[in-house]
Design a protein around this ligand. Sequence first.
Ligand code: ATP
Ligand code: MG
Length: 381
Amino acid sequence: MKDYRILFVDDDKDILMMVEQYLQMQKYNISTVNSGLKALDMVKDQQIDIIFTDYKMPEFNGLELLAAVKQYKPEIEVIIVTGYGSMESAVQAMKFGSYDYLQKPFKLDHLKLIIDRIIEEKKVQDKEALIRKRSRERYKYHGLIGISAKMQQIYDLIETVSRQDPMVLIQGESGTGKELVARTIHQVSESHSKPFVAVNCGSITESVPEEEVVDHVSGLLRKVNNGTLYFDEIAELSSNVRLVLLEALKKEKDNIREGVRVIAATSKELGEVISSGVLKKDLFDMLNAVFITLPPLRERCEDICLLMYHFIHMICTKQKKRIIGVSPEAFDILMKYHWPGNLIQLQNVIERALALSVEDMIQPDDLPAEIQTFSQISRMA
Ligand SMILES: Nc1ncnc2c1ncn2[C@@H]1O[C@H](COP(=O)(O)OP(=O)(O)OP(=O)(O)O)[C@@H](O)[C@H]1O
Ligand SMILES: [Mg+2]
């Protein structure tokens, strides 16, 4: 934790000496100065966190110093030290933004009390600022890449839901990363060492005969063994399977909170899915689902560049190939494209370009024709 620096300003040298000795003994970072103008000079070019200043001083008094400090560095806390029990000047100082006031003669432990209170408050503020800064700067969260504000919100949501254990419904166009988000929630949660079982709802509906649905669902619950059950394309689930699943989960309801985590995904619009009745009044209502909406890639262009290099790195490493770059012309084309197929499409385009590339860099010719022409059309428009 940072060492907070205190400045004591008074034209009385005896007071300065007494304060300095006392605070140094208590291991505080204390400096003293005998005029308001000198204090102001220090404030301008040094790091100071707390100032105690005498009210009555020749030239530049405490109130003037307070006003000047608040103008330059409002984060510095200033405490006015008033003589002769003058309440009036203390009240005036508070109006000018003084943190508190101290009446002369003061007890040294009263001084220490005020300092400790300010330091505690500053520590909390600094910690909050650090957390805000960190969460602003995240360009990666576990396997997820992205620096856009939308992805930052997703990271925060994943952290919250993985701690709380509610049911989650992820909505996003095809290829936006729904399964990877589900896997990340599982990975961050306490049950990360348990299985993650992905189920394709369309294929259950097609391939499991009615009379086997009950067994199938209980088989799934056994297999997942208090890990995470991921239902991909939940809107494809037949009403038959849904009812059985609902019953099975209801039976386990008491265990569910600490038991199996259910995450479902859909590429349909949420409103459409809910109004069609698929999610109404059953599974999701009962379990109080949290919704996560994944933005399409075209709504987070600032992530395209990061993802491009992420995929290049990933594919080259996997294929034990030398890692290559992207030429400025190809880069421009990739950045301008609208990516209807989202991350899957970007990944495929990069994989294809890496296979075609004969140079040290991916060139426009290594990209699919429709992507090249898209950038020409958008340039003409
Ligand atoms: N934020 C991300 N950072 C890095 N890679 C990502 C990210 N999101 C997705 N991917 C990768 O992009 C590909 C598509 O992601 P995923 O399969 O999770 O999407 P999906 O929404 O489930 O797609 P579909 O609708 O086709 O099932 C995967 O290879 C995944 O690893
Ligand atoms: Mg998927």
